[in-house]
Design a protein around this ligand. Structure first.
Ligand SMILES: Nc1ncnc2c1ncn2[C@@H]1O[C@H](COP(=O)(O)OP(=O)(O)OP(=O)(O)O)[C@@H](O)[C@H]1O
Ligand SMILES: [Mg+2]
Length: 248
């Protein structure tokens, strides 16, 4: 199963990625989580003390795989050994930190992007593992080839207008690049009234579930601990079951 997690900045993408990945591991899945945010912090959500150096900053690796870092670089670098070699593991969840994919429009073919895109394509199209990708707010970096591998696009929303607007934009973008399976998760949702408001604001998107604003998460963040609390783990498990049910 290949899952892309998106949504407006700050809605809880990273927190939910960590929770869902952990739930998948408890369900005996082999899991990789991919931090594709230019400001990576998935490592901290998982409870790691440090975030590994983003792959994009490992110049010696890039040079070895691409042959050159100027305009003569290889377009199909070997990447199939990268996940096992560079992932950092925490409680069974294996984390890869990509680093920011450079902006520059669809035509940007710089060596770093080629490397990251090859790796994402490998993960999404050739792997049997469960892959969760924690994206930066938008979806712009998900190329068509990679999008083909996405089994489910999860849009995280809070009960506010701005995150709804972003979700609607993501819904349109996703359809444009050929992703048809989109589900929403309501995060920081206090009660049934807020949940009902979210459902009615996004009539075209199926909700997998709702997660409350959690004191345990806020406390974990303050103490630099994993955000994976028993309370939210139970929620994540239910959401994951709902997803598996929808996809199978
Ligand atoms: N259910 C929750 N209960 C309490 N706090 C939460 C919850 N979900 C997320 N948070 C907190 O909200 C903040 C933003 O969450 P998170 O970093 O997961 O969002 P994000 O969408 O990944 O943000 P960004 O767009 O910056 O990557 C964090 O401080 C996180 O600890
Ligand atoms: Mg994040």
């Amino acid at each position: 199963m290949k899952i892309a997690v998106t949504g407006k900045g700050g809605v809880g993408k990273t927190t939910l990625t960590a929770l869902l990945a952990r739930a998948a591991v408890s369900d005996d899945r082999r899991v990789f989580v991919i931090d594709a945010d230019p400001n990576p912090n998935l490592a901290f959500a998982l409870g790691l003390a440090e975030s590994p150096t983003p792959l994009i900053e490992l110049k010696a690796l890039l040079l070895e795989r691409l042959g050159a870092l100027d305009s003569f670089f290889r377009l199909n670098p070997k990447v199939d050994d990268i996940p096992e070699q560079f992932a950092v593991e925490r409680d069974g969840v294996r984390l890869l930190v990509l680093g920011g994919i450079r902006q520059g429009g669809a035509g940007c073919a710089c060596p770093e992007n080629t490397f990251l895109k090859s790796l994402l394509q490998h993960l999404m199209l050739e792997r049997q593992d469960w892959i969760f990708v924690d994206f930066e707010a938008g979806l712009e970096h998900l190329g068509r080839a990679t999008a083909r591998g996405v089994d489910a696009l999860l849009v995280v929303v809070n009960p506010d207008r701005a995150s709804i607007e972003t979700a609607l934009r993501i819904e349109r973008l996703a359809k444009e690049i050929g992703i048809t399976r989109i589900h929403a998760i309501g995060n920081k949702v206090e009660d049934d009234v807020e949940a009902a408001w979210l459902r009615s604001s996004l009539p075209g998107i199926d909700f997998l579930g709702f997660v409350p604003d959690s004191r345990a998460v806020r406390e974990a963040v303050r103490r630099s601990q994993s955000v994976i609390s028993p309370e939210l783990s139970a929620r994540a498990k239910t959401i994951l079951e709902a997803l598996v049910h929808r996809v199978s």
